[in-house]
Design a protein. Structure first.
Length: 217
């Protein structure tokens, strides 16, 4: 509320937030703070940040939003088609397979804990994905329905009993993603499903990590 902002102590004390600063006869300082938004905006404005946003908007406009959307949709189609060729992969969808998608796809792999699969993608192929229930625990649990796979070498130790494997994998990409990255991701998924992980993994601090002390296969 505006009246709260006018009366509240400045978030940061400094130049820009003060209207006047005067020295008293006893050596103390009297400060009169602004009563507008400047009251809570001490210091130099984030000029670099503002310029960066403006430059990004300019670059996106010059590239053409239609072209960017078309490029992203092409990549979405490539990823979905590639995952569809692996029977063990189940793509999660809230609105159905034919619903429009952006460059974010969540899936699970039969016989794999998602944390284990994500760790293998990272350690063995240098591919970063997210794993877990993300920022929508009830929704992802509903989409998964039940335990989709096995715990594998490591899983989700902090999960409730019966939900040790109840998590998913999320891969993200955009208009700037090279075709080669998509091809490498799909190749990695196929190889992990068909051949298994080459390394051993364990759970450490709630995360699935390569077991450096164990023999790798």
């Amino acid at each position: 509320r505006a009246d709260w902002l006018r009366e509240a102590e400045p978030y940061l004390a400094g130049g820009g937030a003060s209207r006047t600063v005067a020295r008293r006869a006893d050596g103390g300082v009297d400060v009169e703070w602004h009563t507008t938004a400047a009251r809570h905006e001490a210091g130099s404005p984030n000029v670099i940040g503002v310029y960066s946003i403006a430059s990004a908007c300019k670059a996106l406009t010059e590239a053409g939003f239609d072209r960017l959307v078309a490029r992203e949709q092409h990549l979405v189609g490539e990823v979905l088609a590639g995952l569809a060729e692996v029977p063990e992969v189940k793509v999660l969808s809230l609105f159905g397979d034919d619903a429009p998608r952006v460059g974010v796809i969540s899936f699970v792999v039969e016989g794999w804990n998602s944390s284990h699969f994500a760790a293998a993608l990272s350690a063995e192929y240098g591919i970063g994905v997210r794993d877990g229930l993300f920022c929508a625990h009830p929704l992802v649990r509903t989409l998964l329905g039940s335990d989709p796979g096995e715990a594998g070498e490591c899983g989700a130790p902090d999960a409730e009993p019966g939900e040790r494997s109840l998590n998913a994998i999320r891969v993200s990409f955009g208009a700037g993603t090279p075709d080669e990255h998509v091809e490498r991701f799909l190749r990695a998924v196929r190889e992990l499903v068909s051949d298994g992980a080459r390394w051993k993994y364990r759970t450490e601090d709630g995360r699935c990590v390569p077991d450096r002390g164990a023999a790798q296969v």
